[in-house]
Structures are given as structure tokens and as C-alpha cells.
Design a protein around this ligand. Structure first.
Ligand code: ZN
Ligand code: ZN
Length: 137
């Protein structure tokens, strides 16, 4: 299986040689900033299955859990591409909008629903967590 993607301007490109582990919709407050008001859709892969080309900026923050999070973006166009937790270095979350074929990312769960605004569209067919879901693997 080979999955490809990149940022809006094309300066960052990546290739994944593995199937997605899980795709989650995240309505945490931070994702609402990145998602222009919406939640974000994030597809998890084993980090050793991805190769990345291009310049990435890194926004570092500390999650409620105490985990140090890295959110990486294209330094030219600002597109958010990746999210990684230092506590789980074997996993990388790819922003699903950057996949060449977003059909690859079929969400199976919605997380952080307690932070979502009242008008959020949350798929009633999917399981939801008010906060973080259990770790992907
Ligand atoms: Zn770019
Ligand atoms: Zn989030």
C-alpha cells in the first residue's frame, strides 16, 4: 500500500508505505484554530512508514495529559501536515486534507466533543469521546 500527499503549495511532499491505523475527527480547542473553526481529521500511521521531503516548521505545545506535542507545517504556505506526541514516537498523525486521495481517511471515531461548539456537525454514526480517546496503538 502506498499513500501520498503534500501541502497546498507543493513544497512539502510525503509518502507512506503502510495502511492507516485509525482516523479520528478531533474537536479539541487547538484543532479548531487549525481547522478554521471545524474539527480536524487525522489519520494515524506508523512513523517508520513515512518519508517526508521539504521544510517543516514545528509548533510545540504541552497537552492536558502532559504530553509534549509537535504540530508540523509547511514553512512556505502554512498548511498543517503532521501531529506527533513525544510519548508515542512510533506514531504520526497526518492531517487528512493533505492526502492526495482523502478517501483513504475514513474517520472511525470523534474525540474531544466536549470542546465542540453547539453547531458542530458530529457524525452520530461514530463513537464519540468527550476528551481524548485511548491511544491508537
Ligand atoms: Zn506548502
Ligand atoms: Zn485536536
Amino acid at each position: 500500500m502506498q499513500i501520498t500527499g503534500g501541502c497546498l503549495c507543493g513544497a512539502v511532499r510525503y509518502r507512506v508505505d503502510a495502511a492507516p491505523i485509525v482516523t479520528r475527527v478531533c474537536w479539541c480547542r487547538l484543532c479548531q484554530y487549525l481547522g478554521a473553526g471545524s474539527g480536524t481529521v487525522n489519520t494515524c500511521f506508523p512513523s517508520d512508514s513515512i518519508s517526508i521531503e521539504g521544510d517543516l516548521g514545528d509548533f510545540t505545545s504541552v497537552a492536558d495529559s502532559g504530553n509534549i506535542m509537535h504540530r508540523r507545517f509547511c514553512t512556505a504556505c502554512g498548511t498543517q501536515l503532521f501531529s506527533e506526541a513525544e510519548a508515542r514516537p512510533h506514531l504520526i498523525f497526518v492531517r487528512a486534507g493533505t492526502l492526495d486521495d482523502p478517501e483513504v481517511a475514513k474517520p472511525s471515531v470523534t474525540i474531544w466533543t466536549e470542546s465542540a461548539p453547539s453547531w458542530a456537525c458530529i457524525d452520530a454514526a461514530l463513537p464519540t469521546y468527550t476528551k481524548q480517546a485511548p491511544p491508537a496503538a
